[in-house]
Ligand binder design. Structure first.
Ligand SMILES: [Zn+2]
Length: 127
């Protein structure tokens, strides 16, 4: 979609701190949020939310969410992750391009949410 900020990020027309990418999905740090490592996972193709997305693509998205969550917990030793997905403005959806939030918790090294985003990217990125 032309005016969609997440479509622009996928196309490289807007900058992002990439965490993970595959054929169908893209993940990057949420620059609007204050939690350390707050990550967004989106399909490369534009869908508004989990309700209008095709079943096939939604599976790819949730598997990418799991892959990143496993990386944060199993490899990077966060104690847990909060996974969220809002559908519709009334439910708290701000950007109308399907996205899952992954918020890691319990960092043993107590990293600050003020840490530079490029440093967060270096530490958290999967590929
Ligand atoms: Zn979009």
């Amino acid at each position: 979609m032309e005016d969609c900020i997440f479509c622009k990020i996928v196309k490289g027309e807007s900058p992002s701190y990439k965490i993970y990418e595959d054929e169908y999905t893209y993940a990057f740090l949420d620059i609007a949020k204050k939690q350390y490592g707050h990550t967004l996972v989106i399909p490369k193709e534009h869908f508004v939310n989990s309700i209008d997305c095709t079943e096939e693509l939604l599976q790819k998205v949730i598997l990418a969410v799991q892959k990143i969550a496993r990386h944060y917990v199993n490899d990077l030793k966060f104690s847990g992750v909060l996974i969220m997905n809002a559908n519709g403005k009334e439910a708290g959806q701000v950007v109308d391009h399907l996205h899952y939030h992954i918020i890691p918790h319990g960092d043993s090294e107590n990293r600050s949410s003020d840490e530079d985003l490029s440093l967060q990217q270096q530490r958290l990125k999967l590929n």
